[in-house]
Design a protein around this ligand. Structure first.
Ligand SMILES: [Fe+2]
Ligand SMILES: [Fe+2]
Length: 370
């Protein structure tokens, strides 16, 4: 059956198959900040690995020793079907015949040489996201709508931000109605699963934070408009990250001092953007502006301490750290919730609100996510 024969090789795993080391090195260099590349120079070895693992995408060169590239595509599609993994097929200029032959297979996009690095990265990200979003069609309707509407909202926010326009908060709120409904009916697990492999990390992270914050609020009795504000606040809390260069957002190693300062500015970028609109509720502004503050005053951007840190921001800070620890990224594996709570409990008392942390932990480990 399509895709079910194989195990996922991880959300960021990218297979690259090509005829020579130079080709493989060039692509590895281009993608390494976003993906975990694994290279192949032999079509038979590629097939062997694909039999047991499916990466997020395959970048395949038309000139591959052992078998013509189009025959490799044909074999792969016979093995794992058209909806399991996109194939980005790189082809020498002027080979219209090869392009036509490749396009007969589903889930294949052709990229003619020479191409720019940004074109390659955009094609890979678009293909992976297209495959992830296509899987949402099979999800239960409320959760599917929650995913589709929040993604639509997020994409529109990116344009609004870039064009210097004002956020239409009413639209964001409308697009969060299904998410709130899903949370309130305890019908949200496919949402968390569905965003996992999405390649727009800021969206995937924001959606996880919005869902978990909404759940947390529901569990402690926050209702009505306040509950909606908690949910929209979660979705909007990091939108300023869209102004941070990809290389810094996805850097595998530790950020240097200059990069760290720029990264921290995402809070300022977010609040400046949200302040352009007069209709964003105060609670959502607080979540965006204070979610990196720590109770001992060592957080940013204001170094607020103790009672200066609003309760909504304390909740958001807990969810934000939990989400970051339990997410899988190109540079780190996902951590189990139990291990994440162990680390967070060490921060309790001086960084995080101990009582809220305990409430969130009890809620999660009582079976909400299992
Ligand atoms: Fe943040
Ligand atoms: Fe965040």
């Amino acid at each position: 059956m399509d895709g079910e024969l194989t195990n996922s090789a991880g959300p960021n795993r990218l297979f690259i198959a090509g005829s020579n080391d130079q080709y493989l090195a060039q692509i590895e260099q281009a993608v390494h900040s976003f993906y975990e590349p694994q290279s192949f120079t032999d079509s038979h070895e590629l097939m062997d690995v694909l039999y047991s693992k499916t990466p997020s995408a395959l970048v395949l060169d038309s000139a591959l020793p052992g078998m013509p590239g189009v025959d490799v595509i044909s074999k792969i599609r016979g093995l794992i079907g058209g909806d399991a993994m996109p194939i980005i097929f790189t082809i020498a200029a002027g080979r219209q015949d090869v392009i036509e032959a490749a396009n007969k297979f589903p889930g294949v996009v052709c990229l003619e040489k020479p191409y720019k690095r940004s074109d390659l990265l955009n094609v890979i990200a678009d293909q992976i996201n297209g495959f992830v979003e296509a899987k949402w069609e099979k999800i239960e309707p409320v959760q599917r709508n929650a995913l589709k509407k929040t993604l639509g909202s997020f994409t529109a926010i990116a344009d609004t931000l870039i064009n210097g326009e004002e956020l239409d908060y009413g639209v964001v709120k409308d697009n969060c109605v299904d998410l709130v409904r899903a949370v309130q009916s305890n019908n949200f697990k496919e949402i968390l699963q569905g965003v996992k492999e999405h390649h727009n990390y800021t969206y995937a992270h924001s959606m996880r934070v919005a869902t978990l914050l909404s759940l947390f609020g529901d569990a402690i009795g926050i209702t009505g408009e306040d509950h909606m504000t908690l949910t929209t606040g979660g979705l909007l809390h990091d939108v300023g990250k869209m102004s941070i260069p990809h290389e810094i957002l996805n850097k595998k190693g530790k950020l240097d001092d200059e990069e760290r300062l720029l990264m921290n500015d995402h809070v300022l970028f977010t609040t400046q953007f949200l302040e352009r609109s007069t209709t964003v509720p105060k609670g959502a502004m607080v979540i965006a502006g204070q979610h990196h503050e720590k109770l001992d005053g060592t957080g940013y951007p204001n170094g607020f301490a103790g009672p200066q840190v609003n309760k909504l921001a304390r909740m958001a800070c807990i969810i934000d750290i939990f989400s970051a620890l339990t997410d899988e990224r190109s540079y780190k594996a996902a951590m189990s919730p139990e291990k994440a709570f162990g680390i967070m409990e060490d921060m309790g008392g001086y960084h995080l609100d101990k009582l809220l942390l305990k409430t969130f932990k009890d809620m999660l480990l009582s079976g909400v996510l299992h």
